[in-house]
Design a protein around this ligand. Structure first.
Ligand code: ADP
Ligand code: AMP
Length: 218
């Protein structure tokens, strides 16, 4: 069996992390979030975390070389031997090309690239209500997906917090960075016949249904 990957593409706050968890549970592949790995490195003040910190706090992208090396290392872990659900990577054409090269070497295959979209007002509302779990980055929303016990993760009981980069001015910058640096990937994957457009404004369960149809098409 060749390892298989799903690449979730879309702006910050559209629901990639939320949907990656659902796909991960359904398909039995690990959820690999570049943002979560950076945040863990930041919390633990590793060398990588220290290098990434200033970029993350400004809402900018961490340089490609650091990001690519980090993801390659993660995808080489035994739990990802059958593939992974990629959330937040790739985010630039250089990262997409690097992923292609890595998967060519391994004989890995991208099953689909769901492109989840929603207008900026929806993204801002979602990000401003987001609560993230300290232990594993599970995400909740104050209105749309509240935890059963306020302030605690349903899955692992850890504390929920609001991210450093959720300040309104940083959110605006992140959306702008996405428009400038990540939207070229829409054409990149469309050209490779992998892109599937998904309406991200729908409720969480309906987005999951659309995604499962796309990913399980064959
Ligand atoms: P991303 O990983 O793309 O930044 P998240 O998965 O963290 O996005 O979702 C951002 C916020 O929006 C979270 O608070 C999440 O609970 C909420 N959310 C995700 N998908 C939906 C949806 N379809 N409808 C309403 N809220 C959603
Ligand atoms: P996210 O959790 O996906 O919203 O990412 C949070 C932050 O981590 C981003 O604003 C970037 O600073 C950094 N980051 C995450 N993924 C990448 C990536 N693929 N390339 C560069 N920077 C990234």
């Amino acid at each position: 069996m060749v390892p298989v990957y799903v690449v979730l593409l879309g702006p910050p706050g559209v629901g990639k992390g939320t949907q990656a968890e659902a796909l991960s549970n359904d398909l039995g592949l690990p959820h690999v979030s570049s943002g979560d790995i950076f945040r863990t490195n930041l919390q633990n003040q590793t060398e990588l975390g220290k290098k990434a910190q200033a970029f993350m706090n400004r809402g900018e992208l961490v340089p490609d070389d650091l990001t690519i090396a980090m993801i390659q290392d993660r995808l080489e872990q035994p739990d990802a031997s059958k593939g992974a659900i990629l959330d937040g990577f790739p985010r630039t054409p250089a990262q997409a090309l690097a992923l292609e090269k890595i998967l060519d070497e391994w004989g890995g295959k991208i099953l689909a690239v769901p492109y989840i979209s929603a207008p900026p007002n929806v993204l801002i509302e979602r990000i401003s209500g987001r609560w993230t779990c300290r232990a594993e980055g599970h995400v909740y929303h104050a209105i749309y997906n509240p935890p059963k016990k306020p302030g605690k993760c349903d899955i692992d009981g850890s504390e929920l917090y609001q991210r450093e980069d959720e300040k309104p001015e940083t959110v605006t910058r992140r959306i702008q960075v996405y428009m400038e640096q990540t939207t070229p990937l829409i054409a990149f994957y469309r050209q490779r016949n992998l892109l599937a457009e998904i309406d991200g404004t729908l409720p969480i369960e309906q987005v999951t249904e659309q995604l499962l149809k796309v990913v399980k098409k064959d």
